[in-house]
Design a protein around this ligand. Structure first.
Ligand code: HEM
Length: 173
């Protein structure tokens, strides 16, 4: 496959890091809101929080994660990094896909269901078993995602586990 020139590789890397920043920022914000915001006192407050969480998921976390995957595939195909030549890149593929699946199966539904429950019950939603179960799943799924993303951020920077026979890395793009 034809490879990108130096400028093209640099632009692609900047776009990749932009999406990574979206994902990290969205995940930190969602976790901070879950852990640090005190209980809402009115239905309006709780609904505002529910919609803010949904917005962060839909408009920041999902595009960030999908953008990382798509630009990661493009970097693999269009630069000398390749798909599975470096273990840290393979690990990022596996972890990114696992995080996206956890996001779709565990996190998405929990964030999407909450506004309707709050509309029906107001702050009594806190005592609703489905609302509470969604909250716990969001807390656990969110912690898992954030830990995984921070690990991926670290290995992106350190680029560990290089195999001796392969060139360490292409010239800095
Ligand atoms: C399918 C998933 C991914 C693949 C295949 C992938 C692949 C790569 C590759 C090959 C590079 C080196 C680019 C270069 O130096 O020219 C890179 C850089 C980088 N990636 Fe990813 N990546 C993926 C997901 C992620 C994720 C999820 C994050 C963080 C949330 C991330 C953050 C970064 C950062 C910060 C850099 C720049 C590191 C540096 O140059 O010091 N990547 N990625």
């Amino acid at each position: 496959m034809k490879k990108l020139g130096r400028t093209g590789q640099r632009v692609l890397k900047i776009i990749h890091i932009f999406f990574a920043s979206l994902w990290v920022g969205g995940a930190v914000t969602l976790n901070a809101a879950l852990l640090l915001l005190g209980p809402a006192e009115t239905m309006g407050e709780l609904l505002g929080y529910n919609y803010a969480a949904k917005l962060i998921d839909d408009a920041i976390i999902v595009p960030g994660a999908m953008g990382c995957l798509i630009t990661g595939v493009l970097i693999s195909g269009l630069t000398p990094w390749g798909f599975f030549r470096h273990r840290w890149v393979t690990v990022k593929y596996v972890m990114t896909v696992v995080c996206i699946v956890v996001g779709i199966v565990v996190l998405g539904p929990t964030v999407n269901d909450q506004p309707a429950i709050t509309m029906e019950l107001g702050v009594a939603a806190y005592a609703d078993p489905i609302y509470h179960s969604n909250y716990v799943h969001c807390l656990l799924g969110g912690a898992f995602q954030l830990t995984s993303i921070l690990f991926m951020l670290s290995i992106s920077s350190l680029k560990p586990w290089q195999r001796a026979k392969l060139p360490a890395a292409p010239a800095a793009a």
